[in-house]
Design a protein around this ligand. Structure first.
Ligand code: TRP
Length: 332
C-alpha cells in the first residue's frame, strides 16, 4: 500500500475457500470488495482457518484456497491497492482468538443462529471450532482495527459479537480495539435461486439453480434458459413475479443499473428477450474473469508472491495489535 498522508478508514472482510463462489456471492460481496478499494484501506483474507470447522480433505482445501486467491485477483482485487492474504499465514488470528475466548461466554456462542443451523447439518461433527467460529471472526476483524465490515445478513450476529468483545475488552483493560461497524454497500442485493426464486442462490443447490463464477458461456445460456419465470407474460419488477424480478436484479447488478431501469428497458418485450440479453451480459462480464482466473491458476509463483506480500503487510498490523493485547492481559 502506498504511503498516504490522509488516512482512509480501514475495511476488513474475508471469504471462505469452500468451493467456487456463485454470481450471488459476487454481487453480494466480491464486487463490492473491488469497488471499495479506492475509498478505503482494504484488508481482504481467504479464511482458510474458518473452512476447517467442517471436515476438509487437505488436498482439496489447498486447491480451493489457491483457486479463491486466483479468483479474487481475476475479479479485480488489486494487491497493489489493498492487503490480500491467506488467514492461516498470520498466526496472530489463532492466537487472538484464544485470548478472546476467555472473555466470551458459551451462552452467547451457542445462541448463534448459524451455529444452530450448522450443528443440525453436521450432526456427527459438532466440534468446538464450529461453536468458536465467531470468536475467530472477531479476532480477524479486531487485529486490524477495522472500522467497517461489509457483511451479508447471515453474518450480522457474528459482527455484533465482534463489537461486544471489543467493548468488553476495552472496558476490562483499557481502550485497545476499534469497535467495528457493519457496512451496507450502495449496490448489490440478494440474488435468488434460478429454480426457486424465494430462496437465496446457493452453490449447495442443484447445478441449474445457480451460476458459478467459472461457468462457461454454454452453461450460463443453458441455466438462464431453464430459469423459472411465471405465466404472467409481462416483464415487471415486483414481488408478485419473483422469478422475473430476480433475472432483472441479476441483469441490473451486472450492468451497474437499477432493476427498475432494467425493467423499463424491457417494457413490452418477452421473457425470451430478457433471458437472451441477460445471458449475453453475464457472458461478457464472466468470460474475462474466467480466463484471468485460469491464467492465475497456471502461475503458482505469482500467486505465492501475492500471498507473501499480503502476509507481510497483514502480519505487521496484526502483531502490533496482538502485542498490545498480550501486554494488557499481563503476559510477560
Ligand atoms: N465467516 C465469513 C463467511 O463465512 C467469512 C469471514 C471470516 C469474515 N472472517 C471474517 C467476514 C471477518 C467478515 C469479517 O462469510
Amino acid at each position: 500500500m502506498e504511503a498516504n498522508v490522509e488516512k482512509k478508514p480501514i475495511v476488513f472482510s474475508a471469504v471462505q475457500p469452500s468451493g467456487l463462489p456463485t454470481i450471488g456471492n459476487y454481487i453480494g460481496a466480491l464486487k463490492n470488495w473491488v469497488n471499495m478499494q479506492d475509498e478505503f484501506d482494504c484488508i481482504y483474507a481467504v479464511a482458510d482457518l474458518h473452512a476447517i470447522t467442517v471436515r476438509q480433505e487437505p488436498a482439496k482445501l489447498r486447491a480451493n484456497s489457491m483457486q479463491m486467491m486466483a479468483l479474487l485477483l481475476a475479479c479485480g482485487i488489486d494487491p497493489d491497492k489493498c492487503v490480500l492474504f491467506m488467514q492461516s499465514h498470520v498466526s496472530a488470528h489463532s492466537e487472538l482468538a484464544w485470548l478472546l475466548n476467555t472473555i466470551t461466554y458459551i451462552g452467547e456462542l451457542s445462541r448463534m443462529t448459524q451455529f444452530k443451523d450448522k450443528s443440525r447439518k453436521h450432526e456427527s461433527n459438532i466440534n468446538v471450532g464450529l461453536l468458536d467460529y465467531p470468536v475467530l471472526m472477531a479476532a480477524d476483524i479486531l487485529l486490524y482495527q477495522a472500522e467497517y465490515i461489509p457483511v451479508g445478513k447471515d453474518q450480522t450476529q457474528h459482527l455484533e459479537l465482534a463489537r461486544d468483545l471489543a467493548e468488553r475488552f476495552n472496558n476490562a483493560y483499557s481502550p485497545t480495539f476499534t469497535v467495528p461497524k457493519g457496512y451496507i454497500p450502495k449496490t448489490g442485493g440478494r440474488i435468488m435461486s434460478l429454480q426457486d426464486p424465494m430462496h437465496k442462490m446457493s452453490k449447495s443447490d442443484d447445478a441449474n439453480a445457480f451460476i458459478g463464477m467459472l461457468d462457461t458461456p454454454d452453461e450460463i445460456a443453458r441455466k438462464i434458459k431453464r430459469a423459472v419465470t411465471d405465466s404472467v407474460g409481462v416483464i415487471n419488477y415486483c414481488p408478485e413475479q419473483p422469478g422475473v424480478s430476480n433475472l432483472l436484479d441479476i441483469y441490473a447488478a451486472f450492468g451497474d443499473e437499477t432493476p427498475e431501469q432494467a425493467a423499463a428497458a424491457f417494457e413490452g418485450k418477452g421473457y425470451g428477450e430478457l433471458k437472451a440479453a441477460l445471458t449475453e451480459r453475464l457472458v461478457e462480464v464472466l468470460t474475462p474473469i474466467r480466463e484471468n482466473c485460469t491464467r492465475y491458476m497456471g502461475d503458482k509463483a505469482y500467486l505465492q508472491s501475492v500471498m507473501k506480500k499480503g502476509e507481510d503487510a497483514a502480519a505487521a498490523m496484526a502483531y502490533r495489535t496482538l502485542a498490545k493485547v498480550r501486554r494488557k492481559m499481563g503476559f510477560i
